[in-house]
Design a protein around this ligand. Structure first.
Ligand code: HXC
Length: 513
């Protein structure tokens, strides 16, 4: 027995050493923490329980039997974040570059299966040179085993990926199928083919950072939701993000304690400029409406004409989707539509109520938009809202024009409460464009065409660019004052806290391309 205990201690010690002191030092020199140090920061102190520390690879090719590292390049197990159970893996770059062998993949799959059985979130810390080159197709099969599980866990448990080193080739597809990714600037990258292949095939010269670094993916492609400065910030963002989520699709999101007080927000009364073409910052509206410092913006640097993020209202988690008038006047386009659609679908999967703030002049015109499929992307957002069965409330702060009025969580597509501020303008199109079309002849025939155009624009503006016609029809439930909006929202969300909306049975819908 004493002998076995000694062997166990030796093997566990070997597992903890990873690839050895030299490789650990190299990891530190690159500005990266080790897999185990990352886990310590991510989880509540002392909560980690490791599974599979003694697993070793089974390869004999290339003399691999002489290179045995217990754990095989990935640390797996479970622990808690804010006292709640999570399952996780952390790839260890110091062992074969964190590359994925058959057994390395089996360890990750086991954790994923346990996470689904235990109905707890699954977190991945990626830092890997990709498929273990010595193993060939067994490694490729291991990736596919993970992808398959990602898909079947989607919408059942939250899945989050941190990219904390290389993540290339097919390895990118697992993070891509998880709900959120967080990338560390300058030490991580994601691409399907690296700079060398790009150079060979397209003759383009590009660095790894420019091709697939955190800045690129958080601004240009939207592949990552967060770009952070270092490993510690990455893990802190992960902890914060998960604080808004329930454990699984059958649970409700956790609430923080909240004491009701005076919920009026007088600062909101003067936020909207007199001139409706002038911008104002929707982030200020969000900050006023939510509990103090509770907003976590998602995809902050991507498609900034729409804001998505999580916050708390009277202690309860909500998801926020809001047009941003300071960027492209808050217009909907290809990227903002797909950004918001995916966010809405996540919230709906995990019972997170939605607050939608609307100030949208319409969809962005142009060949670029049409040729890139704005029809399908706009439809995707329309589909996502229409399908969502979580509590949904809309506040129109200013413009709600054209198809964008319908798409942005209108009454017609199932929102529970639709409010509008007195500054709201709800119409088929802006007054200038509308009056130019319907009063074309009158304007042309006038002695002073320019003066007539202004007169007709004003006439249209007065008649249609207000919330009252929509309120008369019941499309707007109530015209409310900006300063009372927070109080109204808290009350309205409380009424639909137990919303239940059975849908017809089907296999699944078919979301637009
Ligand atoms: C086995 C690997 C490895 C791999 C790195 N190592 N990648 N071992 N399989 N894929 C080992 C190295 O031999 C080295 O071992 C250690 O990890 C660190 O690697 P370095 O090259 O010294 O580190 P660095 O200079 O930082 O470069 C990192 C790297 C590079 C950019 C990731 O190692 C690299 O290009 N690796 C190969 C990447 C690749 O082509 N992977 C396959 C992609 S295809 P020692 O003993 O010296 O410490 C793929 C298909 C998946 O993944 C498809 C799924 C559908």
């Amino acid at each position: 027995m004493a002998d076995q205990r000694k062997k166990l201690a030796e093997r566990l010690a070997a597992a903890r050493e990873g690839g050895g002191a030299k490789r650990v030092q190299k990891q530190h020199e690159r500005g990266k923490l080790t897999a185990r140090a990352r886990i310590e920061i991510l989880l509540d102190p002392g909560s980690f329980e490791e599974i599979g520390a003694l697993v070793i690879h089974r390869t004999h090719d290339f003399e691999m039997q002489k290179q045995i590292y217990p754990g095989d390049g990935v640390v797996t197990g479970y622990g808690t974040i804010h006292g709640r159970l999570v399952y996780l893996f952390a790839q260890d770059f110091t062992v074969f570059g964190g590359s994925l062998s058959e057994t390395h993949a089996e360890k990750i799959c086991k954790i994923m299966d346990l996470a689904v059985v235990a109905r707890a979130p699954f977190l991945g810390l990626n830092d890997s040179g990709g498929a273990r080159i010595q193993e060939g197709v067994r490694s490729l099969g291991g990736y596919a085993d993970i992808f398959y599980r990602n898909v079947h866990a989607s919408g059942v448990i939250p899945q989050i990926s941190a990219i904390m080193g290389p993540c290339a080739g097919g390895a990118v597809y697992s993070p891509a199928m998880t709900d959120f990714t967080i990338m560390v600037k300058n030490t991580s990258y994601m691409f399907v083919t690296g700079p060398n292949v790009v150079k060979t095939v397209t003759n383009e010269e590009v660095s790894a950072e420019d091709l697939g670094g955190a800045t690129t993916h958080s601004t240009k492609s939207g592949v990552t939701h967060f770009a952070v400065e270092n490993d510690v910030e990455c893990l802190q963002v992960m902890r914060k993000l998960i604080s808004y989520f329930p454990q699984n699709c059958d649970d409700k999101p956790p609430s923080t304690s909240y004491e009701f007080s005076e919920e009026m927000r007088p600062q909101l009364a003067n936020l909207i400029p007199e001139e409706s073409t002038l911008p104002y910052d929707m982030l200020e509206v969000i900050a006023e409406l939510l509990d103090e410092d509770s907003f976590l913006e998602v995809h902050q640097a991507f498609a900034q004409n729409i804001i998505t993020g999580f916050g708390r209202l009277a202690g309860k988690s909500i998801g926020i989707v809001a047009n941003q008038p300071t960027v492209l006047a808050g217009v909907l386009d290809v990227e903002s539509s797909r950004k918001a659609a995916r966010f809405v679908r996540f919230c709906d999967s995990f019972n997170i109520p939605l607050l939608v703030l609307v100030d949208v002049p319409g969809f962005l015109p142009g060949t670029d938009q049409e040729w890139n499929g704005v029809i399908m992307h706009g439809a995707k957002l329309l589909y996502a809202f229409s399908e969502a069965s979580v509590p949904r409330i809309t506040v129109i702060t200013r413009k709600a024009y054209g198809g964008a009025y319908d798409v942005m969580n209108s009454k017609h597509i199932g929102a529970d409460y639709n409010f509008a501020w007195p500054s709201a303008e709800i119409a088929v199109m802006g007054a200038k464009g509308a009056s130019a079309i319907i009063f074309k002849r009158e304007i042309q025939d006038a002695a002073d065409s320019a003066a007539k155009a202004i007169e007709k624009e004003k006439e249209y503006q007065d008649k249609f660019a207000n919330p009252f016609l929509a309120a008369e029809r019941g499309f707007i439930d109530e015209v409310i004052l900006p300063e009372e909006t927070r109080r109204k929202l808290i009350r309205a969300f409380a009424t639909i806290d137990r919303k239940s909306l059975p849908r017809p049975n089907r296999k699944h819908g078919n979301i637009p391309l």
